[in-house]
Design a protein around this ligand. Sequence first.
Ligand SMILES: [Zn+2]
Length: 191
Amino acid sequence: MSPCKLLGASTQQYRQNRLINLKFGFFLDGVLPSRQFRGMDFELTNYMENALHTAEISANRGEVPVGAVIVDSKTGRIVATNGNQMLGRHDPTAHAEMLAIRAAANMVGSQRLVDCDLYVTLEPCPMCAAAISLARIRRLYFGAFDPKGGGVEHGPRIYDHSTCNHKPEVYGGLEEKKAARLLKDFFASRR
Ligand SMILES: [Zn+2]
């Protein structure tokens, strides 16, 4: 098994995606998600920290705090980073992932981001999950799971469909607690 391989090729394996082979050993996914990545590459956490920081900036603007970072896996460089801007742009599609994908594609000069990985603080919604597939993102790392609005592990499970041409490798629960806390605090402060 190759290092860091989370999800299998088949849909069934995808659904049972509870066993991860990380560089430093095996961890059970879904039991203690925030612990899955303990001991994993510091870089992964670092990129997610960056996404979390971007989410905080969104919160300060009154936007739902979600942040996304796109990394060129070959160089390790951050290609684009963005937070939710639906309110600011009067655009219901201005989700962090959408904005980051647009910026990255523009930066790379291609509609396909084949060597890129996307880190986002919340499980992507169906729209963003589809956009991630269209962009040919290599790996998707997300923080908090979103049972209500998510489209990867919940709802329409975009990558489970046979019509989905490109399924990124998906890793959920990276810095989950921090990502969930950010959202919880945001909504609590607005009540
Ligand atoms: Zn979205």
